[in-house]
Design a protein around this ligand. Sequence first.
Ligand code: SF4
Length: 59
Amino acid sequence: MAKKRVKIDAASCIMCGACVGSYPDDFKFSDEGPAAPVTGEADEDAVGVCPVGAISVEE
Ligand code: SF4
């Protein structure tokens, strides 16, 4: 699946771990707590795993 530039709204992240668990190469928990992109790019399907809609694709 194609990788797209993604961002995470840290204020919305509830730290459920779904993105980190499903796409460990693309997301990690930041030192501050909320998840963050590892490289800034992630599988575009990762947007759908976040239960609070905190992950979005940057067009
Ligand atoms: S799936 Fe969403 S709420 Fe869960 S850790 Fe990732 S960004 Fe945060």
